[in-house]
Write a protein that binds this ligand. Structure first.
Ligand code: ZN
Length: 59
């Protein structure tokens, strides 16, 4: 499994990241907040990644 902070870096740079849970969907967020969003979710299974300034939590 990839390091979560690497995944977040990719998401913020606009790269497509496959869902860690279902491996079919990709993580999306509100396009307005692509660079600063603290929440990304899978477009298939709704798996979410929450980011706080201190750490990253996968739920
Ligand atoms: Zn998924």
């Amino acid at each position: 499994m990839e390091n979560i902070s690497n995944i977040v870096d990719k998401l913020r740079s606009g790269e497509v990241v496959r869902c860690l849970k279902c491996n079919e969907g990709k993580y999306i967020t509100n396009p307005k907040y692509l660079k600063t969003s603290h929440c990304y979710w899978c477009d298939k299974c709704d798996d979410t990644i929450h980011i706080t300034p201190a750490d990253v939590i996968v739920e």
